[in-house]
Ligand binder design. Sequence first.
Ligand SMILES: NC(=O)C1=CN([C@@H]2O[C@H](COP(=O)(O)OP(=O)(O)OC[C@H]3O[C@@H](n4cnc5c(N)ncnc54)[C@H](OP(=O)(O)O)[C@@H]3O)[C@@H](O)[C@H]2O)C=CC1
Ligand SMILES: O=C(O)[C@@H]1CCC=N1
Length: 280
Amino acid sequence: MNINKTITFLGAGSMAEAIIGGLITRRIVSPRMITVANLQDQERLDYIKTTYSVQTESDRLRAIKEADIIVLAMKPKNVHDAISHIKEHVTGSQLIVSVIAGIPTALIEEELGSTNPVIRTMPNTSAKVGESASAICPGAHATDGDLLTVEALFKAIGTVSVVEEAQMDAVTGVAGSGPAYFYYMVEAMEKAAQEAGLSEQQSRDLITQTVVGVGKRLQQTSKTPKELYKEVMSPGGTTEAGISELSAHATQDILQKAIGKAVKRSTELGSAYTPTNHSS
Ligand SMILES: NC(=O)C1=CN([C@@H]2O[C@H](COP(=O)(O)OP(=O)(O)OC[C@H]3O[C@@H](n4cnc5c(N)ncnc54)[C@H](OP(=O)(O)O)[C@@H]3O)[C@@H](O)[C@H]2O)C=CC1
Ligand SMILES: O=C(O)[C@@H]1CCC=N1
Protein backbone atom coordinates (compact mmCIF):
# COMPACT_ATOMS: atom_id res chain seq x y z
CA MET A 1 0.00 0.00 0.00
CA ASN A 2 1.30 3.45 -0.91
CA ILE A 3 0.26 6.37 1.28
CA ASN A 4 -0.09 9.52 -0.77
CA LYS A 5 0.49 12.14 1.93
CA THR A 6 3.27 14.62 2.42
CA ILE A 7 4.91 14.03 5.78
CA THR A 8 7.28 16.32 7.64
CA PHE A 9 9.33 15.01 10.52
CA LEU A 10 10.36 17.62 13.07
CA GLY A 11 13.24 15.76 14.66
CA ALA A 12 15.82 13.63 12.87
CA GLY A 13 16.90 11.34 15.70
CA SER A 14 16.79 7.57 16.21
CA MET A 15 13.01 7.31 16.21
CA ALA A 16 12.44 9.51 13.19
CA GLU A 17 15.09 7.53 11.33
CA ALA A 18 13.54 4.19 12.31
CA ILE A 19 10.12 5.29 11.00
CA ILE A 20 11.52 6.87 7.84
CA GLY A 21 13.65 3.77 7.22
CA GLY A 22 10.59 1.52 7.58
CA LEU A 23 8.39 3.67 5.31
CA ILE A 24 11.01 3.96 2.58
CA THR A 25 12.30 0.39 2.61
CA ARG A 26 8.77 -0.97 2.43
CA ARG A 27 7.87 1.61 -0.26
CA ILE A 28 4.89 2.89 1.72
CA VAL A 29 5.69 6.54 1.18
CA SER A 30 7.80 7.85 -1.66
CA PRO A 31 10.99 9.59 -0.41
CA ARG A 32 9.97 12.76 -2.26
CA MET A 33 6.87 13.00 -0.02
CA ILE A 34 8.98 13.05 3.15
CA THR A 35 10.71 16.14 4.55
CA VAL A 36 12.89 16.09 7.62
CA ALA A 37 13.96 19.03 9.78
CA ASN A 38 15.73 19.24 13.10
CA LEU A 39 16.95 21.97 15.39
CA GLN A 40 20.55 22.51 14.27
CA ASP A 41 22.50 19.36 13.40
CA GLN A 42 23.13 19.80 9.65
CA GLU A 43 25.47 16.81 9.50
CA ARG A 44 22.65 14.60 10.74
CA LEU A 45 20.26 16.02 8.12
CA ASP A 46 22.86 15.35 5.42
CA TYR A 47 23.16 11.75 6.60
CA ILE A 48 19.36 11.29 6.54
CA LYS A 49 19.14 12.82 3.04
CA THR A 50 21.95 10.69 1.65
CA THR A 51 20.74 7.48 3.26
CA TYR A 52 17.00 7.69 2.51
CA SER A 53 16.83 10.17 -0.42
CA VAL A 54 14.22 12.22 1.41
CA GLN A 55 14.04 16.02 1.40
CA THR A 56 15.69 17.84 4.27
CA GLU A 57 15.13 21.40 5.31
CA SER A 58 17.05 23.53 7.76
CA ASP A 59 14.14 25.98 8.04
CA ARG A 60 11.44 24.31 10.14
CA LEU A 61 8.70 26.65 8.91
CA ARG A 62 9.47 25.89 5.29
CA ALA A 63 9.58 22.21 6.22
CA ILE A 64 5.99 22.13 7.47
CA LYS A 65 4.50 24.38 4.80
CA GLU A 66 3.37 21.67 2.39
CA ALA A 67 2.91 18.87 4.91
CA ASP A 68 -0.34 16.93 5.23
CA ILE A 69 1.10 15.30 8.34
CA ILE A 70 3.57 16.81 10.83
CA VAL A 71 5.36 14.26 12.99
CA LEU A 72 6.68 15.63 16.28
CA ALA A 73 9.82 13.54 16.90
CA MET A 74 11.79 15.61 19.38
CA LYS A 75 12.50 14.89 23.05
CA PRO A 76 9.82 15.87 25.58
CA LYS A 77 11.95 18.76 26.84
CA ASN A 78 11.97 20.31 23.33
CA VAL A 79 8.23 20.13 22.68
CA HIS A 80 7.46 23.59 23.97
CA ASP A 81 10.08 25.30 21.81
CA ALA A 82 9.21 23.17 18.83
CA ILE A 83 5.50 23.93 18.93
CA SER A 84 5.93 27.60 19.85
CA HIS A 85 8.09 27.99 16.78
CA ILE A 86 5.56 26.51 14.35
CA LYS A 87 2.16 27.14 15.89
CA GLU A 88 1.29 30.30 13.97
CA HIS A 89 2.16 28.51 10.72
CA VAL A 90 0.25 25.28 11.23
CA THR A 91 -2.86 25.24 9.07
CA GLY A 92 -6.22 23.84 10.06
CA SER A 93 -6.05 20.73 7.92
CA GLN A 94 -2.62 19.52 9.07
CA LEU A 95 -2.61 16.34 11.10
CA ILE A 96 -0.18 16.37 14.03
CA VAL A 97 1.34 13.01 14.98
CA SER A 98 3.38 12.81 18.15
CA VAL A 99 5.84 10.02 18.88
CA ILE A 100 6.94 11.76 22.08
CA ALA A 101 7.02 9.70 25.27
CA GLY A 102 4.84 10.84 28.12
CA ILE A 103 3.33 13.99 26.63
CA PRO A 104 -0.49 13.85 26.55
CA THR A 105 -2.46 14.96 23.48
CA ALA A 106 -4.21 17.63 25.62
CA LEU A 107 -0.86 19.27 26.26
CA ILE A 108 0.05 19.30 22.59
CA GLU A 109 -3.39 20.71 21.76
CA GLU A 110 -2.93 23.39 24.40
CA GLU A 111 0.51 24.28 23.08
CA LEU A 112 -0.83 24.49 19.53
CA GLY A 113 -3.80 26.58 20.65
CA SER A 114 -5.78 25.28 17.69
CA THR A 115 -8.21 22.52 16.85
CA ASN A 116 -5.75 20.64 14.65
CA PRO A 117 -6.19 16.91 15.02
CA VAL A 118 -3.50 15.33 17.18
CA ILE A 119 -2.72 11.61 17.37
CA ARG A 120 -0.34 10.34 20.04
CA THR A 121 1.68 7.29 19.08
CA MET A 122 4.30 5.08 20.64
CA PRO A 123 6.33 3.10 18.13
CA ASN A 124 9.66 1.43 18.81
CA THR A 125 12.92 1.28 16.91
CA SER A 126 12.03 -2.05 15.30
CA ALA A 127 10.09 0.21 12.90
CA LYS A 128 13.30 0.24 10.91
CA VAL A 129 12.77 -3.40 9.96
CA GLY A 130 8.98 -3.14 9.73
CA GLU A 131 8.46 -4.82 13.10
CA SER A 132 7.49 -2.03 15.48
CA ALA A 133 4.87 -2.83 18.11
CA SER A 134 3.14 0.55 17.98
CA ALA A 135 0.15 1.92 19.83
CA ILE A 136 -1.84 4.99 18.88
CA CYS A 137 -4.61 7.05 20.49
CA PRO A 138 -6.59 10.04 19.29
CA GLY A 139 -6.66 13.50 20.84
CA ALA A 140 -9.83 15.55 21.33
CA HIS A 141 -10.06 16.89 17.75
CA ALA A 142 -8.95 13.82 15.82
CA THR A 143 -11.55 12.10 13.67
CA ASP A 144 -11.91 8.40 12.95
CA GLY A 145 -10.44 9.21 9.53
CA ASP A 146 -7.34 10.75 11.12
CA LEU A 147 -6.94 7.68 13.30
CA LEU A 148 -7.27 5.44 10.23
CA THR A 149 -4.63 7.45 8.37
CA VAL A 150 -2.14 7.11 11.21
CA GLU A 151 -3.03 3.46 11.70
CA ALA A 152 -2.26 2.82 8.02
CA LEU A 153 1.03 4.69 8.30
CA PHE A 154 2.18 2.83 11.38
CA LYS A 155 0.95 -0.52 10.05
CA ALA A 156 3.56 -0.02 7.39
CA ILE A 157 6.23 -0.25 10.06
CA GLY A 158 4.80 -3.06 12.18
CA THR A 159 1.68 -3.80 14.20
CA VAL A 160 -0.66 -1.14 15.56
CA SER A 161 -2.90 -1.26 18.64
CA VAL A 162 -5.46 1.49 19.16
CA VAL A 163 -5.49 2.12 22.91
CA GLU A 164 -6.98 4.50 25.45
CA GLU A 165 -4.71 7.44 26.15
CA ALA A 166 -4.59 6.36 29.82
CA GLN A 167 -2.75 3.23 28.64
CA MET A 168 -0.05 5.08 26.73
CA ASP A 169 2.43 5.28 29.60
CA ALA A 170 2.19 1.51 30.02
CA VAL A 171 2.73 1.04 26.29
CA THR A 172 5.74 3.35 26.46
CA GLY A 173 7.48 1.49 29.30
CA VAL A 174 6.69 -1.93 27.86
CA ALA A 175 6.91 -1.61 24.07
CA GLY A 176 8.49 1.78 23.37
CA SER A 177 11.42 0.95 25.63
CA GLY A 178 10.98 -2.78 25.03
CA PRO A 179 13.67 -3.35 22.39
CA ALA A 180 16.28 -1.98 24.80
CA TYR A 181 15.56 -4.66 27.41
CA PHE A 182 16.17 -7.37 24.85
CA TYR A 183 19.30 -5.75 23.43
CA TYR A 184 20.59 -5.44 26.99
CA MET A 185 20.03 -9.14 27.53
CA VAL A 186 21.58 -10.00 24.18
CA GLU A 187 24.66 -8.03 25.19
CA ALA A 188 25.02 -10.21 28.29
CA MET A 189 24.39 -13.38 26.25
CA GLU A 190 27.06 -12.38 23.73
CA LYS A 191 29.57 -11.77 26.50
CA ALA A 192 28.78 -15.16 28.04
CA ALA A 193 28.97 -16.87 24.64
CA GLN A 194 32.40 -15.41 23.94
CA GLU A 195 33.68 -16.27 27.40
CA ALA A 196 32.56 -19.82 26.67
CA GLY A 197 34.62 -19.96 23.47
CA LEU A 198 32.39 -18.78 20.60
CA SER A 199 33.56 -16.09 18.21
CA GLU A 200 31.86 -12.71 18.02
CA GLN A 201 30.14 -13.68 14.76
CA GLN A 202 29.09 -17.11 15.99
CA SER A 203 27.64 -15.57 19.15
CA ARG A 204 25.73 -12.95 17.17
CA ASP A 205 24.33 -15.50 14.69
CA LEU A 206 23.25 -18.03 17.31
CA ILE A 207 21.70 -15.49 19.67
CA THR A 208 19.95 -13.53 16.92
CA GLN A 209 18.32 -16.66 15.54
CA THR A 210 17.36 -17.68 19.07
CA VAL A 211 15.60 -14.33 19.59
CA VAL A 212 13.86 -14.59 16.20
CA GLY A 213 12.71 -18.13 17.03
CA VAL A 214 11.37 -17.05 20.41
CA GLY A 215 9.43 -14.17 18.82
CA LYS A 216 7.91 -16.41 16.16
CA ARG A 217 7.01 -19.10 18.68
CA LEU A 218 5.33 -16.57 20.95
CA GLN A 219 3.30 -15.34 17.97
CA GLN A 220 2.17 -18.82 17.01
CA THR A 221 1.39 -20.53 20.30
CA SER A 222 -1.18 -19.96 23.02
CA LYS A 223 1.17 -21.48 25.60
CA THR A 224 2.22 -19.27 28.50
CA PRO A 225 5.83 -18.14 28.87
CA LYS A 226 6.18 -20.50 31.84
CA GLU A 227 4.99 -23.47 29.75
CA LEU A 228 7.42 -22.45 27.04
CA TYR A 229 10.49 -22.20 29.24
CA LYS A 230 9.51 -25.42 31.03
CA GLU A 231 9.59 -27.10 27.61
CA VAL A 232 13.24 -26.13 27.35
CA MET A 233 14.18 -27.38 30.81
CA SER A 234 15.18 -30.99 31.26
CA PRO A 235 15.43 -32.08 34.91
CA GLY A 236 19.02 -31.70 36.03
CA GLY A 237 19.93 -30.19 32.68
CA THR A 238 21.61 -27.05 31.42
CA THR A 239 18.57 -24.77 31.29
CA GLU A 240 17.59 -25.64 34.84
CA ALA A 241 21.10 -24.65 35.93
CA GLY A 242 20.75 -21.29 34.16
CA ILE A 243 17.18 -20.52 35.25
CA SER A 244 18.00 -21.46 38.89
CA GLU A 245 20.70 -18.80 38.90
CA LEU A 246 18.25 -16.24 37.47
CA SER A 247 15.63 -17.20 40.09
CA ALA A 248 18.16 -17.06 42.92
CA HIS A 249 18.73 -13.40 41.99
CA ALA A 250 15.00 -12.66 41.67
CA THR A 251 15.58 -11.65 38.06
CA GLN A 252 11.88 -11.60 37.19
CA ASP A 253 11.16 -9.26 40.11
CA ILE A 254 13.96 -7.00 38.95
CA LEU A 255 12.65 -6.97 35.38
CA GLN A 256 9.13 -6.18 36.62
CA LYS A 257 10.48 -3.34 38.72
CA ALA A 258 12.57 -2.05 35.83
CA ILE A 259 9.58 -1.90 33.51
CA GLY A 260 7.51 -0.32 36.28
CA LYS A 261 10.16 2.42 36.54
CA ALA A 262 9.98 3.03 32.79
CA VAL A 263 6.17 3.33 32.93
CA LYS A 264 6.44 5.70 35.89
CA ARG A 265 8.99 7.80 34.04
CA SER A 266 6.57 8.17 31.15
CA THR A 267 3.88 9.51 33.51
CA GLU A 268 6.47 11.84 35.06
CA LEU A 269 7.44 13.23 31.66
CA GLY A 270 3.80 14.22 31.17
CA SER A 271 3.05 15.48 34.66
CA ALA A 272 6.30 17.43 34.99
CA TYR A 273 5.54 19.21 31.77
CA THR A 274 3.42 22.32 31.53
CA PRO A 275 3.80 25.00 28.88
CA THR A 276 5.45 27.23 31.51
CA ASN A 277 7.58 24.49 33.07
CA HIS A 278 9.02 22.43 30.29
CA SER A 279 12.18 21.08 31.83
CA SER A 280 11.23 17.35 31.87
N1 LIG B 1 14.36 6.20 20.60
C1 LIG B 1 13.31 5.41 20.80
O1 LIG B 1 13.41 4.17 20.89
C2 LIG B 1 11.94 5.99 20.91
C3 LIG B 1 11.76 7.35 21.05
N2 LIG B 1 10.49 7.87 21.14
C4 LIG B 1 10.30 9.31 21.30
O2 LIG B 1 10.78 9.91 20.12
C5 LIG B 1 11.26 11.23 20.42
C6 LIG B 1 12.64 11.38 19.80
O3 LIG B 1 13.50 10.41 20.40
P1 LIG B 1 14.88 10.06 19.73
O4 LIG B 1 14.73 10.00 18.26
O5 LIG B 1 15.41 8.90 20.46
O6 LIG B 1 15.71 11.40 20.13
P2 LIG B 1 17.04 12.01 19.49
O7 LIG B 1 17.69 12.76 20.58
O8 LIG B 1 17.77 10.94 18.76
O9 LIG B 1 16.47 13.06 18.41
C7 LIG B 1 15.79 14.22 18.77
C8 LIG B 1 15.65 15.08 17.54
O10 LIG B 1 14.83 16.21 17.85
C9 LIG B 1 15.40 17.35 17.22
N3 LIG B 1 14.91 18.57 17.84
C10 LIG B 1 15.21 19.10 19.04
N4 LIG B 1 14.52 20.24 19.24
C11 LIG B 1 13.79 20.44 18.11
C12 LIG B 1 12.88 21.46 17.70
N5 LIG B 1 12.60 22.50 18.50
N6 LIG B 1 12.30 21.34 16.49
C13 LIG B 1 12.58 20.29 15.68
N7 LIG B 1 13.42 19.29 16.02
C14 LIG B 1 14.02 19.38 17.22
C15 LIG B 1 16.89 17.14 17.40
O11 LIG B 1 17.60 17.99 16.51
P3 LIG B 1 19.14 18.44 16.83
O12 LIG B 1 19.93 17.18 16.84
O13 LIG B 1 19.45 19.35 15.70
O14 LIG B 1 19.10 19.12 18.17
C16 LIG B 1 16.98 15.66 17.02
O15 LIG B 1 17.01 15.50 15.62
C17 LIG B 1 11.29 11.36 21.93
O16 LIG B 1 10.24 12.18 22.34
C18 LIG B 1 11.09 9.94 22.44
O17 LIG B 1 10.33 9.93 23.61
C19 LIG B 1 9.38 7.08 21.04
C20 LIG B 1 9.51 5.73 20.89
C21 LIG B 1 10.77 5.06 20.89
O1 LIG C 1 13.70 6.27 26.37
C1 LIG C 1 12.80 7.01 25.98
O2 LIG C 1 12.38 7.95 26.67
C2 LIG C 1 12.14 6.75 24.65
C3 LIG C 1 10.66 6.46 24.79
C4 LIG C 1 10.50 5.00 24.55
C5 LIG C 1 11.81 4.58 24.05
N1 LIG C 1 12.66 5.54 24.06
